[in-house]
Write a protein that binds this ligand. Structure first.
Ligand code: NZQ
Ligand code: ZN
Length: 416
């Protein structure tokens, strides 16, 4: 059936379903995401109330390099803690791609001051640093054990006030830290790391430079794609959730880049960013995370923004992995990017979707090559080796396609 010169989605879907014939089931899963979300304008003024609600009395206030100070947010939060009679100590200075050094400092400070609650004010970097401190403060060993595969079973309770829509750490059980010794950027996970509460005021993100806003949009898109690229069949509900969130990002991203004060667009992006990464749309299916692992070497090596790195990495990874499941990429191309399905040559449709993603990322100001990130060709072998073997890695990457060091090198070369 022809609709406005294009093949209608239903007909396209019929073709896509054919590929799914067979007996496939959604994976068993458990899902428990008990973060209490407080969303909307001026909600940061209620922070003290929520710290109390979740049992805090002595708070470690953790923040970044200065944006929360400059905007007056830190003062407003302190006022709300004062109002509830809560004691606090401060530790600022978290850098993007947060480092282990400040985590050790935070752990010592927490123990010395007997802090019983950590409050992160900032983006993914500050929240992740706060999570590492929360876990490390009550652990006898080195907190880095958690970033080498040990699951976090226990941590101090943690609350967040999110100032950038990006990493989704405000609703996730994950944390990513870079160890200065060796510059390993590694992640950990554990239900104990999910924030007890998260305050989300979209207006707080209006002070972000456009580049950082675009990096956040890119990271959110990556969190969706890394879940979309699955080997589990018949997961229509999560497929559709991911597609809906991707369509939202494609709609709202350019609106917020054009007008940084568009509250509605910022609000939609903020909630989409949380939904993209609290795993509600990733349950019951295998996930990928190749783009993230390959990007983490770039942000560890060159200190580039995580989102900017992902803008360069994603199209290369998708192009390299395309033949593993052409119809999955074609489905995204049709349902998300509005590409026309070419039944004679589905690969062409799949490639058109990747090109549409590449064009979108460029249009919001993201880089498109290693050179634009300041990365060097001569570092490729080393980065691929660290990605596959560094720290406790065992030689392969990827949940969608298994990749070895040579594959990862080839992928980096596609980014030149
Ligand atoms: O440090 P300040 O002065 O606050 O400045 C920050 C920083 O320079 C600035 N910023 C944040 N909010 C602002 C603002 N500037 C003006 N106005 C505001 N409202 O933005 C810069 C970037 O901040 P950062 O926290 O680094 O950004 P993002 O949220 O993108 O976090 C990136 C980190 O999260 C990790 C990444 O690897 C990276 O280290 N990730 C964490 C995940 C998780 N825990 O679940 C998942 C992600 O995939 C990601 O890997
Ligand atoms: Zn990410």
């Amino acid at each position: 059936m022809e609709v406005s010169g294009k093949i209608c989605l239903h007909e396209t879907d019929a073709a896509l379903y054919q590929e799914k014939e067979g007996t496939y089931i959604m994976d068993n899963f458990t899902f428990y995401a008990p973060t209490y979300f407080v969303f909307g304008k001026d909600t940061e003024n209620e922070t003290g109330k929520y710290v109390k609600k979740f049992g805090g009395s002595r708070v470690l206030l953790h923040y970044g390099g200065g944006s929360a100070v400059r905007s007056g947010l830190l003062d407003r939060v302190k006022k709300s803690l004062d109002k509830e009679g809560l004691a606090y100590v401060e530790l600022g200075g978290v850098k993007p791609n947060p480092r282990s050094g400040l985590v050790y400092e935070g752990i010592d400070l927490c123990r010395k001051e007997k802090a019983d609650f950590i409050l992160a004010i900032g983006g993914g970097s500050t929240i992740d640093s706060a999570k590492a401190i929360a876990a490390g403060a009550i652990y006898d060993g080195d907190f880095w054990d958690y970033y080498q595969g040990k699951i976090v079973e226990e941590a101090l309770p943690l609350g967040t006030i999110t100032t950038i829509s990006a990493a989704g750490s405000e609703g996730s059980p994950d944390s990513v830290i870079t160890k200065e010794e060796g510059m390993y950027k590694r992640s950990t996970t554990g239900e104990a790391l999910r924030p007890k509460f998260t305050i989300m005021n979209p207006a707080l993100t209006e002070t972000l430079p456009p580049y950082q806003t675009a990096c956040g949009i890119t990271d959110i898109i990556a969190h969706l794609y890394e879940r979309y690229l699955t080997n589990t069949k018949e997961v229509e509900v999560t497929d559709r959730m991911i597609e809906g969130l991707l369509l939202t990002m494609i709609h709202e991203g350019p609106r917020v880049i054009a007008d940084p004060h568009n509250y509605e667009a910022r609000a939609n992006i903020m909630w989409a960013g949380m939904m993209a990464h609290n795993n509600s749309c990733g349950v019951g299916r295998t996930q990928d995370w190749t783009s993230h692992d390959i990007e983490h070497e770039l942000s560890a090596e060159y200190d580039c923004a995580h989102g900017a790195g992902l803008a360069v990495v994603m199209p290369a990874v998708f192009t390299y992995n395309l033949k593993h499941n052409v119809m999955r990429f074609a489905q995204a191309a049709v349902r998300v990017w509005g590409c026309e399905m070419n039944f004679e040559n589905p690969e062409e449709t799949a490639k058109a979707g990747i090109e549409a993603l590449r064009r979108f990322l460029k249009s919001i100001g993201m880089p498109g090559s290693l050179k634009e990130l300041g990365a060097k060709e001569e570092d490729i072998e080393k980065m691929a080796h660290t990605a596959c073997y560094g720290d406790v890695r065992t030689g392969t990457l990827g949940g969608f396609v298994e990749l070895k060091q040579k594959d990862v090198e080839n992928i980096y070369r596609l980014m030149l």
